[in-house]
Ligand binder design. Structure first.
Ligand SMILES: Nc1ncnc2c1ncn2[C@@H]1O[C@H](COP(=O)(O)OP(=O)(O)OP(=O)(O)O)[C@@H](O)[C@H]1O
Length: 791
């Protein structure tokens, strides 16, 4: 058959499938319209339909049954309405683009091959017997992603099916018309991928279902492993694969798994908005999205001023000249390590025999039970009783002591004073309370003495309430003092470290930690250990409803934090995605090989998948950036060409800004939709933003750590906040040796440069960074402007 004939035949199929979809849309719209009307009517009539009669006690029961039945009918109708709306939404999406792939599969034992068309949702024919379109997540669709033409098999719930793929075809169909169509081999359409990747970027991430690659498919469909680790080069599709994986799991386990049982940990709030449209685009609800910092804030933010990872990073990047710098670095490394976690675990064990610290129970400045008495009581319970049980026993004892204290205060002068100033409402409240307690028995304040006692008891009880709550929630354990103690007692720390050495600069670390604790502050590196100690002693908060945790940029979590997450989500499978070359924090973890991530659930429960092909950037950008990191030669660029990255060396700030501004003007004129000027720090970003705002017609957008939405246009952004996102063109504000030459800056520089999809210009105020100059000049073009004058 000629290509033209094939094209016509396929176009006819597109026509008839689209006709059917249109027909379904009309039918569904009718149903949806009538449902909507019905539900609105029912809501209005709700109170008429139910039998209302509250006059007699017996009728109350009848009325509530009637209301229950009526609200059941209403909620059934609403559910049907929602289902219809979802079906309609699915049809509309199919209408826009019904399918993107076809495979002809001849099952063993059958004479003819079946034509299988794949789309973002399935569609049955008019008789509801056979599939006109298969959902991309259906078992059979795996053949499309996984197999080349030839013999193959796939797994279904009822067993393995084998056969042969006779043909694999790709389409781009938009609004009833086939725009592209070609037959393809193993890799799904280099051609289509070329077309997709050459497009300009979007304010939102896109779904990649039509072009999922074989190795990405392994990530998406992996549903057995407890811990799935993906180590992937910058732009290799880790985040994309993770999101399609969520859609896949929601489809495969739709009977048991809901979107709110999955949570994504993102590097920053803006990233959340960037990825938030992918799942809805695939017809699924969004999973929960958060950042680790948000979680920490929720747990400790009321008690402490918490430093966030960005402030810590800014310190790491800018404070090299400060006297405490080396000590802080040593502190960050130590406190993020698995050894510090062990230290804290041993510390807790050691408290079985001594060392617990308590806060005295105080009332109006007066000590009711002092810390020594509490410790004495605590250790009187005997060594066989578990620590947490001892705390509970101590709590019960304290509550009794508090009751006794309350009784002894009934005649205290402050109570009299309170009684004197009692308002009539208070008296009324007291009376009501008494009545409730006595279960409706008639009661009057007939006896003055009795009345006073009742009111006094109420006054005392009200006043002691916060203290009772404080005791009940075990807040009498002095966690701050216990944490401080780790840094006050060097001999103890040496013991707890067992055979490991004290970290360098121990004394300075201690002083720094204690100083901040005193100010009610926790440095970022202290937050997780502090919380861990608290939870070890008072009991762990766990979230047992979550079934899947997806950690993006997993290399940015410390060993300690990862161990913490494991405890927090005891019933979840974990998907951790990251890139060790983008590990920009001082506490970062490695992803593959032996490391905290792979140790978390042990080798038998862990699978590591590596992605080495980079899709985001042009071949030239990948060739340039991969030279900056060790092992970069393993990163394979996707075959898409653009211009070589440019390195522009300038002599002074004026000249520097002049060239950057001219470049931005030019890029805007050329139609680049998203351009980023990437700076090193937040401070530098706001300075550059101010300068550019004066020079450009439309002020660029400054991205801060609090920025929530990612938009098109020109941005100024610190490198660490550009993590995970991408831009059509990237201008590095200053890639000079003065800005990037320390080893800890290498990965930040790499992360910044790899945000570029089509164009990368590195401006250098002075000599270029060694991460550039150590590379062969064949990978980039240099323009030295130092000798030219700005007009
Ligand atoms: N199979 C694919 N088909 C089409 N586009 C793809 C595919 N895989 C990745 N991409 C595109 O490549 C770009 C990078 O993908 P993504 O952001 O998921 O990579 P990443 O590995 O998370 O990157 P990084 O670690 O650098 O943040 C995105 O524009 C994405 O749409």
């Amino acid at each position: 058959m000629s290509t033209e004939q094939q094209w016509n035949e396929e176009q006819q199929r597109v026509n008839s499938v689209t006709d059917l979809i249109e027909h379904r849309i009309t039918a569904l719209e009718e149903v949806a319209g009538s449902f909507r009307g019905e539900v609105v009517e029912m809501r209005k009539e709700f109170w008429d339909e139910v039998t209302m009669n509250f006059s007699e006690a017996d009728d109350v029961g009848e009325t509530s049954t009637s209301m229950r039945q009526q609200s059941q009918v209403l909620s059934d109708r609403e559910r049907s309405h929602l289902n219809t709306a979802a079906a309609l939404d699915k049809m509309k999406r199919l209408h826009h683009s019904p399918y993107f792939g076809r495979i002809d599969f001849k099952e063993a034992g059958y004479a003819d091959a079946e034509r299988i068309y794949l789309g973002i949702a399935s569609l049955l024919d008019e008789q509801e017997e056979s599939f006109l379109i298969y959902d991309w997540r259906a078992p059979i669709s795996n053949l499309y992603y996984d197999g080349a033409p030839g013999p193959i098999s796939y797994r279904t719930p009822s067993g393995e099916i084998s056969g042969e793929i006779e043909m694999k075809r790709q389409f781009v169909i938009r609004d009833r018309r086939i725009r592209f169509m070609f037959d393809t081999g193993v890799t799904i359409g280099d051609q289509l991928l070329q077309a997709v990747l050459s497009r300009t970027s979007d304010a939102q991430m896109k779904s990649i279902v039509a072009t999922i690659q074989k190795e990405q498919n392994r990530i998406i469909r992996n549903d057995r492993t407890r811990m799935l680790i993906v180590q992937g080069a910058a732009g290799s599709g880790k985040t994309s694969a993770a999101l399609q994986r969520v859609a896949y799991l929601l489809y495969k386990y739709r009977e048991h798994l809901q979107a709110d049982q999955m949570v994504l940990f993102s590097p920053n709030p803006m990233f959340n908005s960037y990825v938030s449209t992918v799942l809805p685009e695939l017809g699924e609800e969004n999973m929960l999205q958060t950042t680790f910092q948000e979680y920490l804030e929720r747990r400790l933010g009321r008690e402490y001023q918490l430093e966030d990872p960005f402030i810590q990073l800014e310190y790491v990047l800018t404070a090299m000249q400060e006297p405490e710098y080396d000590a802080r670095m040593s502190s960050i490394r130590f406190k993020s390590s698995a050894s510090f976690q062990k230290v804290i675990t041993r510390y807790k064990e050691s408290m079985l025999s001594g060392g617990m610290k308590f806060k005295p129970v105080r009332f109006q400045g007066k000590v009711i039970v002092d810390a020594e008495a509490m410790a004495e009581k605590f250790y009187s319970f005997g060594s066989s009783v578990k620590l947490v049980s001892r705390l509970e026993l101590l709590r019960d004892w304290l509550l009794k002591e508090l009751s006794a204290f309350g009784k002894s205060e009934l005649n205290a002068p402050w109570v009299d004073q309170q009684l004197d100033v009692m308002e009539p409402e208070d008296l009324q409240r007291a009376y009501q309370r008494l009545k409730r307690k006595q279960k409706g028995k008639s009661h009057t304040f007939d006896d003055f003495q009795q009345e006073r006692e009742i009111l006094a008891r109420m006054v005392v009880s009200d006043r002691l309430k916060p203290l009772r709550k404080w005791i009940k929630s075990l807040r009498f354990v002095d966690i701050r003092q216990l944490y401080a103690n780790l840094f006050q007692d060097q001999a103890q720390m040496v013991r707890l470290l067992e055979n490991e050495p004290l970290p360098a600069h121990w004394e300075a670390i201690s002083t720094m930690t204690l100083r901040r604790l005193k100010l009610q502050e926790l440095a970022y590196e202290d937050i997780t250990p502090y919380l861990y100690l608290r939870e070890l002693l008072l009991g762990f908060h766990i979230n047992s409803g979550i079934r899947h945790v997806i950690i993006d940029e997993a290399q940015d979590y410390s060993a300690f934090q990862l161990a913490f997450m494991k405890r927090l989500f005891p019933h979840a499978k974990i998907t951790a995605l990251g890139d060790f070359n983008q590990a920009i924090y001082a506490h970062s973890s490695v992803l593959s090989g032996t490391g905290p991530l792979s140790d978390l659930y042990g080798p038998e429960n862990t699978e590591v998948i590596e992605l080495t092909r980079s899709y985001r950037s042009t071949m030239e950008i990948v060739e340039f950036t991969r030279g900056m990191v060790p092992g970069g030669e393993h990163i394979i660029p996707f075959n898409r060409s653009g211009e070589k990255p440019k390195v522009i060396v300038t002599a002074d700030l004026e000249q520097h800004m002049h060239h950057i501004t001219a470049d931005l003007h030019h890029l805007i004129e050329q139609g680049y939709e998203s351009v980023a000027v990437i700076c090193k720090t937040a401070e530098e970003s706001s300075e550059v933003h101010a300068l550019l705002s004066q020079k450009l017609d439309t002020a660029p957008k400054l991205i801060k750590k609090t920025t929530l939405a990612f938009e098109q246009g020109v941005h100024v952004v610190p490198a660490y906040l550009a993590k995970g996102v991408e831009f059509d063109a990237v201008l590095i504000y200053d890639g000079s040796a003065a800005a990037y030459s320390h080893e800890q800056e290498r990965k930040l520089f790499y992360t910044a440069c790899t945000r570029a999809m089509h164009l990368l210009h590195v401006y250098c105020l002075g000599k270029p960074s060694p991460f550039i100059s150590s590379q062969s000049e064949e990978w980039y073009e240099v323009s030295n402007m130092t000798a030219t004058r700005v007009e």
